[in-house]
Design a protein around this ligand. Sequence first.
Ligand code: NDP
Ligand code: OXD
Length: 311
Amino acid sequence: MRPKLLMIVPVPLAGLWLPFLEKAPIDVVVQDRDAYAPASIDYALSFRPPHGLLKTLPNLKTIFSLGAGVDGFLSDPDLPKQIPLVRFVDDQLSTEMAQYVVLHVLMQHRQQRAFDRAQQESRWAQALLPRKTEDTRIGILGLGEIGTVAGARLRELGFPVAGWSRTRKTAPGIESYAGDSEFEAFLGQSDFLICLLPLTGETRGILNARTFAMLPQGAYVINAARGGHLIEDDLVAALDSGHLAGATLDVFQTEPLPKESPIWQHPKIVATPHIAAISDPRVAANFVTDGIARAERGERHPNTVDVARGY
Ligand code: NDP
Ligand code: OXD
């Protein structure tokens, strides 16, 4: 019998994946489109499944996350925790995330928004000089798959780079700060603070007034991880007080960002609609079919999430 995969994603999104998945020796059903018997499902694929749905599948062998972050699964109080949860890890995804981070560091570092304004006013703003790169210190929260790549790219551009993680790291050219006891020292030397952490019980709300107060005057914040990391009102207050110079946000407490949010119009915020990196359907379909083959052979997948740790 061919393994059966349930796609728990909006039908248009499923349509992008199906041409690749259907080439594999598996049967695919789309939750919002096809009838299926819950007991017939062997594998599930999703990003933010409706709470309670996964527990209705009694013969599930593995759950695949089509994103790198798995907070959309772990927030389900009925998640069947004994079933392996495997997350998407991909070099191309890390590269795109690094591009996003580099773009927004450079936009701020090279004062591109000020030059945009000057151009609109036909003003020759040659006095706007960038700060020295070697004096502009980058701090990356989370030195995992993505943080390490972003750090390496920024290092290549000449920025001093440090990272903060739970465990000590030895990435070349990146200064490692580890654990809560080194958090304040790490923040104190971060002219740019870039959040690339997973959203867990420990990291929720980590971008808050206290954290911002520990950053150097004029620091810039980039959050490309999850909206739950940021207390949005604290950010707006730190920007309005002049302590922070600006922020780039790709992720928000509520997505899509509500029309009435002050973030849209804030002059010191650059906002993008959760597009820092998008999982490529061809690569990700391959990841799922390979993952199913591994599971059928009884192998533990290397990207299996530590559910107790939260990432
Ligand atoms: P990884 O799991 O590879 O890395 C996570 C890093 O965070 C690790 O270095 C880990 O430390 C550190 N960390 C976790 N908890 C803590 C803590 N309590 N204190 C200190 N450090 C901690 O994740 P990825 O790099 O693959 O992805 C990071 C996040 O990026 C995802 O969870 C997702 O939310 C987000 N993302 C956003 C996208 C977008 O389009 N905006 C696209 C893709 C991902 P240690 O190494 O010591 O375990
Ligand atoms: C992810 C995302 O976690 O797209 O991959 O946010």
